[in-house]
Design a protein. Structure first.
Length: 461
């Protein structure tokens, strides 16, 4: 298949800017879409064409499948890039794009469907010898079945939506006395977030690390892994600091797992970018968590250490090129990269902080990369995720990359909304992070310690 004549960028913010930049570098005409809230977004200036798609609420714009398809048809686009979030992992939408005669720049709909349902994904992983922790199928609704499933797994339990991710609807239950109420709350959250009340159970691993494997497949049966990232620093099950490589892990333990994942997905015919997410328990056991069949927010740290533009590679594979033509014969890595996600939110409670960006001046320094969809004067609305920017720093060593990222965050000028840079700086400066002693509870641990120290200082004063 020849390269595309025009690609719709069906997203907003930092990822829309990122995809438009890749398309421009490839000389591929683009159509950027925007809602009322994004009509002044800076990345629209990068697009060959733009089209208004509706009001600010996502359901009236970026989630309006009929509107997206109609605009793509009217502008004679032959491909659509969904970015991440919104419709990027909606198998039904991907199929509609393909049925309309356009190429969905992502995995085939069957893969989105297979991996998007978490219990089916666990079953696939287990069948192919990937390490999978104890868990249940989709839960029956009667209390006896719920309690019996939990007892078989063992407390503490994590209740999770079967049809979605992003930390939405993931709730712990530490005893049978609270399980039924937690399942009901999780099911309600899942229904609001993913239009499905299906939930399942996993054994709750305390203080795990979150390690994920980047893969890339073509449409000719080849898949390679592009090494791993550590995404352990999270708040509310959502990542805020990511890095590549994963620190303090022995390659002789990690490399065989990466190879097995790549070989399995090649055998099965996976055909795009994807990320296999694993938990690393304190006892050193890896456990399959899920697979995301899309471009990840944190893809930039992998790009920085491999020198591979993952968005361009994704587009080229979607256009029918072979991996052997897209990637070098041997993918090597160089140095270390760390990313911090800058959010418009309270830096202690991590609650969104909408408002007008009266000042927004990202840092500029060698080996520091900023991905954003904002500029001064724009509104941060409650209609979308409050991610303002991703700041990525590369250096020859991890310690140097952390230092470079700290300096960049210190130079970031933001006014008009609250932001989480103070929390990010505290985490990056902590002894635990510096030593690579990371886990999913570290962010809240550091922020609580920072608050306690500040309270104590005020009391002494």
């Amino acid at each position: 298949m020849s390269m595309f004549n025009k690609v719709v960028v069906a997203n907003r913010g930092a990822v829309a800017a990122r995809v438009l930049r890749a398309l421009d570098a490839m000389g591929i005409p683009s159509l950027a879409l925007y809602s009322d809230a994004d009509r002044h977004a800076p990345y629209l200036e990068m697009a060959s064409e733009t089209a208004h798609i509706g009001a600010a609420p996502a359901r009236e714009s970026y989630l309006n499948q009929d509107r997206l398809l109609e605009v793509a048809r009217r502008h004679h686009a032959d491909a659509l890039h969904p970015g991440y979030g919104f419709l990027s992992e909606n198998a039904g939408f991907a199929q509609r794009v393909e049925d309309a005669g356009q190429r969905f720049i992502g995995p085939s709909p069957r893969w989105i469907d297979a991996m998007g349902h978490k219990t089916r994904a666990r079953e696939l992983a287990a069948r192919h010898g990937w390490p999978v922790g104890r868990g249940s199928d989709v839960l029956a609704r009667d209390p006896d079945s719920l309690l019996r499933a939990a007892e078989e797994i063992g407390y503490p339990i994590l209740v999770k939506p079967a049809a979605g991710g992003g930390g939405i609807g993931m709730l712990p239950a530490r005893s049978s006395s609270e399980l039924l109420e937690v399942v009901e709350r999780a099911a309600s959250m899942a229904e609001r977030g993913f239009a499905s009340r299906e939930v399942y159970l996993e054994r709750l691993v305390e203080r795990p690390r979150h390690v994920e494997v980047q893969v890339l497949g073509d449409r000719h049966g080849s898949v390679v892994h592009l090494y791993e990232r550590d995404c352990s620093v999270q708040r509310r099950h959502q990542k805020i600091i990511e890095e590549a490589h994963a620190p303090a892990l022995q390659r002789d333990r990690l490399d065989p797992l990466l190879a097995r994942i790549g070989q399995t997905l090649s055998t099965l015919g996976y055909d795009s970018l994807g990320t296999v997410e694993m938990l690393l328990a304190p006892d050193g056991e890896f456990l399959f968590l899920e697979m995301n069949t899309r471009l990840q927010v944190e893809h930039g740290v992998t790009e920085e250490i491999t020198g591979i533009d993952l968005v361009q590679a994704q587009v080229r594979c979607a256009a029918g090129e072979r991996l052997s033509d897209v990637l070098p014969a041997e993918v090597r890595t160089n140095g270390h990269a760390v990313q911090a996600r800058v959010y418009a939110e309270d830096p202690r409670r991590f609650l969104p902080s909408p408002g007008t960006l009266t000042a927004f001046l990202p840092p500029s320094a060698p080996h520091v990369r900023v991905e954003t969809g904002y500029r001064s004067g724009m509104d941060v609305t409650p209609h979308y995720d409050p991610l303002l920017a991703k700041v990525i720093a590369w250096a020859p060593t991890r310690a140097q990359a952390i230092e470079r990222l700290q300096a960049a965050l210190g130079e970031f000028a933001i006014a008009g909304v609250r932001h989480n840079i103070p929390a990010l700086q505290a985490i990056l400066a902590s002894d635990e992070f510096g030593q690579g002693d990371v886990h999913t509870g570290l962010a809240m641990q550091v922020v609580a310690r920072q608050h306690n120290d500040a309270t104590q200082s005020k009391g002494e004063a």
